[in-house]
Design a protein around this ligand. Structure first.
Ligand code: PLP
Length: 399
């Protein structure tokens, strides 16, 4: 038998993809499935973006692109950071990547190694600890509680840092909790970071255009310009423009780091698909009302989903400030029974929901939050109503 490298045999496969596989299996058998499992908008990519990519393809944009990305896209990213966030970066500080995911992966490869640590706030995006482990480093998890609106507490982050810390991973609005880090928290955090000059900060802004109730977005680079030589912004078009399958994202940061990350990319995936980059240029430079209308729709769905969840006895859900996930607390249901099966964990609950009711939700445990489940509201209002009613019937039927 072949031996797998220990770095992959200890890495966990994606929990969200496991739910999707179960849902597909049920659908194949002709059984009904309502899916709140996936992390992608249910809208189509806007027409002008698709047209720009089709035109690029027609014009022959089919050869190897530069490893760091097409100049026009890097310019569009830099110019958007200036106009939206007041951050001035040169296009040479931008590395176009295969989704924001590869931006974060490249960064882990560029700054982490065995013996080093990365601080992650839970509930976290499932890939963070795995990417840290794949780089040979140790993920150190700091909890943000439901009772604190899932906003990371600076004193806990400070307590987790030491001389071996090389990376702090921030995500706002967050997946899975939709938590937005307030500006005051970032200001306080900057003070801690000034004591640890070797710590690089990754700010994952992939959901920064999906915000509700006039919540304001800030990232660390905006509040602490003196730290910009060690802040990397990860972002992309996947979520805001319904372009998850296009695989275009980027990293923006100090030249030395961006160069190192581009070496990782040049020796792995190379430049991102050229005509997909043409679509991303159209997304950033074209009509932004397409984003506003999606966000408006997400906001209505969020209200409906959280209201329905909170009406279920034993389920409690904060209204997320951004992204498109509800992350209800189901801890009160633990210990109850479904038939003769006891619900010991939120994982039991997610498994029974898909197997018995055809309702796909994701267990909170792989996000570092046992006792919670994640429901994506990137689903139609009708699906939301039917799906959450099905969850209510499940809970009412517990003994
Ligand atoms: C928090 C977070 N960061 C990054 C990504 C990756 O996005 P992309 O599709 O651009 O690789 C996701 C996707 O689910 C995410 O939820």
């Amino acid at each position: 038998m072949i031996d797998l490298a220990s770095r992959v045999s200890s890495a966990a496969p994606s929990a969200t993809l496991a739910v999707a596989a179960k849902a597909r299996e049920r659908a194949r058998k002709g059984l009904e499935v309502i899916s709140f499992g996936t992390g992608e908008p249910d809208f189509d990519t806007p027409a002008h973006i698709r047209a720009a990519a089709a035109e690029a393809l027609e014009k022959g944009l089919t050869r190897y692109p530069p490893v760091n990305g097409i100049e026009e896209l890097r310019e569009a990213v830099a110019s958007e950071l200036e106009s939206l966030r007041g951050l001035s970066y040169s296009p040479s500080s931008v590395l176009v990547t295969v989704g924001a995911k590869q931006a974060i992966y490249n960064l882990c490869q560029a700054v982490l190694e065995p013996g080093s640590e990365a601080v992650i706030v839970s509930p976290y995006w499932v890939s963070y600890p795995e990417m840290v482990s794949l780089a040979g480093a140790r993920p150190v998890v700091v909890h943000a509680d439901f009772e604190e609106d899932f906003v990371p507490q600076v004193k806990r982050i400070a307590a987790a840092m030491n001389e071996g810390t090389r990376l702090l991973m921030l995500n706002s609005p967050s997946n899975p909790a939709g938590a937005v880090i307030p500006e005051a928290t970032l200001v306080e955090l900057a003070d801690v970071l000034r004591k640890y000059p070797k710590v690089v900060v990754m700010t994952d802004d992939i959901y920064s255009k999906i915000l509700f109730d006039d919540v304001r977005f800030s990232n660390l680079a905006m509040v602490a310009p003196d730290l910009r030589d060690r802040i990397v912004i990860a972002d992309g078009v996947s979520k805001a423009y319904a372009m998850t399958g296009w695989r275009v994202g980027w990293a923006v940061g100090p030249d030395r780091l961006i160069k190192a990350m581009s070496i990782v990319q040049g020796q792995s995936t190379s430049g991102v698909t050229a005509f997909a980059q043409a679509g991303a240029i159209a997304a950033l430079t074209g009509d932004q009302s397409v984003v506003d209308s999606m966000v408006e729709e997400f906001s209505l769905r969020r209200d409906r989903m959280t209201a329905m969840l909170n009406a279920i006895d034993g389920v409690s859900c904060r209204a997320p400030s951004g992204a498109f996930y509800a992350f209800p607390d189901v801890r009160k249901l633990m210990g109850r029974r479904y038939g003769d099966e006891e619900l010991r964990t939120s994982g039991d609950m997610a498994r029974i929901l898909i197997e018995k009711q055809g309702l796909a939700v994701v267990d909170g445990a792989p996000f570092g939050a046992e006792g919670f489940i994640r429901l994506s509201f990137a689903a139609s209002m009708e699906q939301i109503e039917r799906g959450v009613s099905s969850l209510e019937r499940f809970v009412t039927g517990l003994s």
